[in-house]
Design a protein around this ligand. Structure first.
Ligand SMILES: [Zn+2]
Length: 260
């Protein structure tokens, strides 16, 4: 996912929500920044709280191995306040450029790269469409699951179109998105949109058909043609359990009334 509200993201990690982060270093960086900037703890208290958090959420945590790492992270945290981005705006001309590729996989990958470039302009201060990327991450966001060689082929195809370029200072981790436009905004992506960029693009491409948002948690999902869904899989289970409980209560009430 692309993060728009970094403070909220860090807060979710702090309260123990699993954000799918594997690296303990990344977690430590978010936790220490949260304690320093949001909770405004002094360095000593931030250290104590970080260790407490790690003991609670990190399996087999050994403080002696991490005391210096945590102290260093707290020192650095002061330099990195959180960014908060209201939304990511996508222009009609940008969507038209992407659509002109005429290859759905490539289009989804390019849409993700465009969104990442816009996010990084605000989060990292990148200019001129520069985007730092990993092809694995981009394909994951784009919901393109193909072998590694095919991923490179898709990228090569987009490069050939001229819509993206390799920076002059040959940095293999960066690309330049060439078709950024700020006029005629068609889509405004919020945090939930940024979790499902592929569906947002396909929904636009299909004229608003085939995809919908869960009525309970607002997550994007595929819409079924035969049996339109209101809720995502997770929420459907919760709603079903609630309904069963309500029915049980109702029939119990009816039964006691009959017996009275
Ligand atoms: Zn849901």
């Amino acid at each position: 996912m692309l993060i728009l509200n970094e403070e909220k993201y860090a807060e979710d990690i702090y309260v123990g929500i699993d954000m799918g982060i594997k690296s303990i270093m990344t977690k430590i960086r978010y936790i220490t920044r949260y304690l320093v900037h949001s909770k405004q703890l002094n360095d000593k208290d931030a250290y104590v709280d970080t260790i407490k958090w790690l003991k609670l959420y990190q399996d087999n945590f050994d403080e002696s191995c991490y005391s210096k790492i945590v102290s260093d992270a707290i020192n650095k945290a002061h330099k990195y306040p959180f960014y908060v981005i209201d939304n990511i705006q996508i222009a009609q001309s940008e969507l038209d450029s992407i659509s002109s590729l005429g290859d759905l996989r490539a289009e989804k990958v390019l849409f993700v790269l465009l969104c990442m470039a816009k996010q990084q302009r605000m989060s990292n201060g990148f200019t001129n469409g520069l985007v730092k990327y990993s092809i694995t991450e981009v394909c994951k966001f784009a919901r393109v699951s193909v072998p590694a060689d095919d991923r490179e082929y898709i990228l090569h195809k987009i490069l050939k179109s001229g819509l993206i370029d390799i920076p002059k200072k040959n940095d293999t981790k960066c690309l330049i998105v060439n078709f950024i436009d700020v006029n005629n905004v068609t889509l405004e992506l919020d945090e939930t949109d940024c979790q499902e960029l592929a569906y947002v693009y396909l929904n636009w491409k299909n004229g608003g058909k085939g995809y919908t948002k869960c009525k309970r948690c607002n997550k994007w999902m595929k819409q079924s043609k035969t049996k339109p869904k209101k809720y995502c899989e997770d929420c459907a289970k919760v709603v079903q359990t609630d309904q069963k409980r309500l029915w049980a209560e109702k029939s119990r009430k009816n039964l006691t009334q009959q017996n009275d």
